[in-house]
Design a protein around this ligand. Sequence first.
Ligand code: SF4
Length: 433
Amino acid sequence: MKVCIVNFDHLKGINKDTAGGFGTKFSVGTSLFSKIIERMKWKIKIPIVISGYIASIFLEFGWTVCTNCGENYPQSDFYVIPITIVDFENELRIAKLAKEQYNAKIILWGPFLKVFYNKVKDFADAVIVGEPESSISEIARTKQIKEKILFSNPVENLDKLPFPNWNVFDISKYNYWTVIKAKPFLPILSSRGCPYPCKFYCPYPVSQGTALRLRSVKNVSDEIKYLVDRYNIRGLVFRDPIFTLRRERALNIAKEISKNKNSIEWGIETRIDSLDEYLINYMADAGLKSIECGIESFNDATLIKNFRNNNTTINEIEKVVSFCNKKKISLTLFYIIGLPNSSVKDVKETIRIAKSINSLGVQFTIFTPYPGTPFFKKTYGNRIPKNIKEFDSFTPVFSNINHDVLLKLKEYAFVSYYFRTKWLGKYFLRIFR
Ligand code: SF4
């Protein structure tokens, strides 16, 4: 039996592994400066990490696994297609094409399907709702689809999963430019789930749940050795929502990384309040090059601050910026603008403070109510809004600030941040030091 695991390496600006698997579509604006920033960001290419697991499971059961090359879709008995909020029309087009051309069995999966399965079920033989590995294992083992809608249980013991297999994917395309320059580059997941209370708006608990599931340090270390031996990787990014949530474990993983025969450049996502100088220094000495942290907003009146359980002060953020500077780690801070109840003044204040903090990287996303979150449910009930494909984190879909004004503020945020003497000075100092 042959299965095609569809991937989307060729789409510009769309990243389907972000926002907990809902995907994002990066855009800044229409000016020349905006286009320069967009071109830089579009260079980043990461695969959907779960696709590597799906490939591995099919291979374990003796299937032939392939993928598409751009718009060339090979003949296969089965097609596995991730459904995202940012590109579902295109994804469903591929499902239709594979059915018409090859009469392939179509399997759709993705966190968006928790609320969207009724809209896609006519395109599929199976719609997987939930973490896909359990249902994929069952299909791979039996070579059959028993039901149209498969409610797939989360994997309780992550150590029992096979390591992702990247053989059919063109890994030479993947990179995390500019923060991790080393290639070959691949993503890795050492944990799933996030227990913080910001699940009210955050998409990660929709896809991974709120219970923290950790792989053992040995299992993570074995995967890294396997990635080095098989793919010669030199760059890695941990896609865990909060990599340093268990401090001791983070230190132990860093220690294991430093033992590899390749020196590895790596990156993590985490929270400011789970970082400290010793931990940063230790990870930096083991090759850490990039840290990404969500800050969201500095405005107490907005919803996010209340649900995020985040009392981090500007002073604490600045300390982490300075620790990262000393160790030449790229710190990227994520801000959200257009929060419910926020005003133009609030957004400008967030931009102003972001500039005064002056981290090496920033992201200004626009508040987006993700389907499956309590916030979405409270706002839309069971209804899917007509403009759902615009829920891409960079288009205003829900704000009391006027749509065009918010778009202009986003453009202003990026352009005025990056085309600034204080930031440019820092950037060139980092390059030439
Ligand atoms: S800590 Fe981060 S990943 Fe976890 S729920 Fe909050 S925003 Fe989401």
